[in-house]
Design a protein around this ligand. Sequence first.
Ligand code: ADP
Length: 498
Amino acid sequence: MKVGSAEDHITVLIIDDEENIRDGSERILTKASYNVLKASGGEEGLKIVKNDTVSIVLLDLKMPGMDGIEVLEKIREYDETIIVIIITGFATVETAIEAMKQGAYDFIPKPFKPDQLRITVNRASEKARLQHEAEKLEQEKKRTLTDLDTEKSRIHTILTSLPYGVVVTNTGGQVVLMNTAFRQLLNLKPDKKTGNGIEHYIPDTALCSQIVDISKGKYVDYDDLTDYEFSLSNGTYLLAKGQPILGEKLECLGAVVNVVDVTSMKMLDKLKSEFIAKVSHELRSPLSTIHEQLALVIRDEVSEVSENEQHILTRAQEKTRGLISMIGDLLDLSRIEERLICQDPKPVQLDQLLKSIIEFLGTRTKMKNQSLVLDLPKDSLPIINADPIAMESIFGNLITNAINYTPKGGKISVKADLAGVNIRVKVIDNGFGIEAKYLDKIFERFYRVRKEKTRYITGTGLGLPIVKGLVDSLGGFIEVESTPGKGSTFTVLLPING
Ligand code: ADP
């Protein structure tokens, strides 16, 4: 049907061989705001139908040449939504009924009154309008369905092409969507259907219960959601990260979990650690020998070593000492990574351990004219089960750093207390401090902050990675707060029942 926009007037075509009927009808309909076109015969009428936007045709049945029934057929063939009203003389009522059967909408017997024509055409025009509305709605529906289909297939294509696994759960923790990569990573059969609980797809209980919690909206703070590493029985290491899917009112609709294969990274890391451990091990004995021999030459009062040579030898000895200490740190790190440390936990009384470290380091603080105080709670701290060497290494490193990175005359204090299920130890100094941008980096291997004031302080950049590795393997937590020029506070939390 050819109906323009709502503001457009409906076009009515009058096909009649009687001029007075054409003109009379035109007057009546023009007054009623219709667009009127006229044709004196069937051929001419059909041409207009094809060239103009005609909605209603008033068609005389009895015309010379092509008769009304034939014209009606041709109009219906061309566009069956055009509404045809038959105009007929009394004698041809039967033919008019036949025309109705063939799809004419209504008929008006000749002669007709203006009102009769207006009412009939108005009714037809209302039908035209409704037809047009219905057509528009149908088109809109089709478009929406096509849009939805396109959107769905677009999301599907994006998900399928992602290199990492994606799985989506509803609020009950049931899988509603998973991509090909997820199936492949988790070794799921190609015909494995969605719809079951997440535990039917991921063989790690802790991860599944975390995903169920996320799906139920138990995690409000995204920062609480950490990466989760797990392994499959075929030796694959996977890293998963989940997050809630939020609706418009921020209500939780489920969870989306990304899964990445980190096996090659793990292998590479292992190879790197093994290589470092091997090289360090091989270097340690010859270096120790050189160090001892240098000491012999320096101590030997009989040999003719000039003062200048003595100075060079002492510098060489300092360097070898530095190298030996770095090798020791590297070997410690490899042992931590291989989880060879903290394997033999013993009851540790932290008060005693801290006292003895402070006593031992006291000589260094005296040389720098620094104060080093230990602040313990009145009641002794609960005994924790941990590797004593690991504990000594953690606090020895932190307190040595505080001494090293605090100028002469500075203050260092070590405070230990109970914090819920943890023992909390703070190592506080009023030294050089660390700029915020370096706070994460200092826990990386070999990372040393290069600043004018600390340039001359020797070190390997391995102390804090060792501390972090040990704290992690004890199930603890370490954090640092610092203000440049004012000092730093390193806080360690160790679980009592670790
Ligand atoms: P190292 O002390 O051998 O350089 P660490 O891993 O122990 O290695 O420390 C890394 C860096 O962190 C140090 O080089 C130093 O710049 C910074 N740092 C560590 N502890 C402190 C501290 N208490 N105050 C200021 N800076 C510190």
